[in-house]
Design a protein around this ligand. Structure first.
Ligand SMILES: O=C(O)CCC(=O)C(=O)O
Ligand SMILES: [Fe+2]
Length: 232
């Protein structure tokens, strides 16, 4: 791992999230960590596999990792959570949701567990030529941690072409705003699971967010998705 999140300027990332609805974490994983994470596809232990076309989710395959997560992924999830929880709490206060997120991921996992959300949600996705990921929200039960992270494990141009990470922001009574996030291998993007506050001329309002991946033109693309709430 290059730095696993310890060198990130979170005040700047919070400002990017407030302004644009996403924040880039360049080089979160180094090339060796990407190779190791990609190797999990064939060597890791998974709780389930989803063929996306079968469910109308697009085209491609993803696999949810089983507990216990491999150490680097468990450390990444626990390490990214505290600074994201500070942003999540600020957003919750702005939106008046009445939810507060604990400082540590273990405490949030315990809250999920008490509601029956015990199954791990970190996942690895694999796309081949022609594959894509429909715009969606990763909701798995009552408890939702409002931010998630996706890490590109493959190298654009060298390993694949096309396959861009896409966000849409559905603004109330207005047309949706698209955002394409250019990622290099090892880069991560932080984005809202479901919604975020946006500051308008008459104060803050709520917009709905979705994310997906455009069609791969060629090659093979792997992603590691880190979702902080567990699943029913
Ligand atoms: O493959 C991607 O970039 C998107 C993955 C995704 O949907 C997720 O991590 O939740
Ligand atoms: Fe997703």
């Amino acid at each position: 791992m290059t730095h696993g999140g310890s060198l990130i300027d979170w005040a700047q990332k919070a400002a990017e999230l407030d302004t644009h609805g996403c924040a880039l974490l360049p080089g979160l994983l180094d090339a060796a960590a990407c190779v190791a994470a990609r190797a999990l596809w064939s060597e890791g232990s998974f709780r389930s596999e989803v063929n996306m076309a079968r469910h109308g989710y697009g085209r491609g395959v993803y696999r949810y990792l089983a507990y216990p997560l491999p150490d680097p992924i468990a450390e990444l999830r626990a390490g990214l959570y505290p600074p994201l929880a500070r942003i999540a709490n600020r957003w919750a206060a702005i939106l008046g949701t009445g939810v507060d997120y604990p400082d540590e991921h273990a405490a949030f996992r315990e809250r999920c567990r008490a509601a029956g959300q015990v199954r791990p949600t970190p996942l690895i996705l694999r796309y081949g030529a022609g594959d894509w990921n429909a715009l969606h929200q990763d909701l798995y039960g009552e408890h939702v941690f409002p931010l998630q992270v996706a890490i590109l494990l493959s190298a654009p141009q060298a390993d694949f072409t096309g396959g861009e990470f896409v966000l849409t922001e559905q603004r109330p009574r207005m047309q949706s705003r698209p955002e394409v996030v250019p990622l290099s291998q090892g880069d991560a993007v932080v984005f809202p699971v479901r919604e975020r506050p946006v500051q308008g001329s008459r104060g803050w309002h709520r917009v709905q967010m979705r994310h997906g991946v455009s069609r791969l033109r060629s090659g093979e693309r792997f992603t590691l998705g880190i979702i902080f709430h567990d699943a029913l």
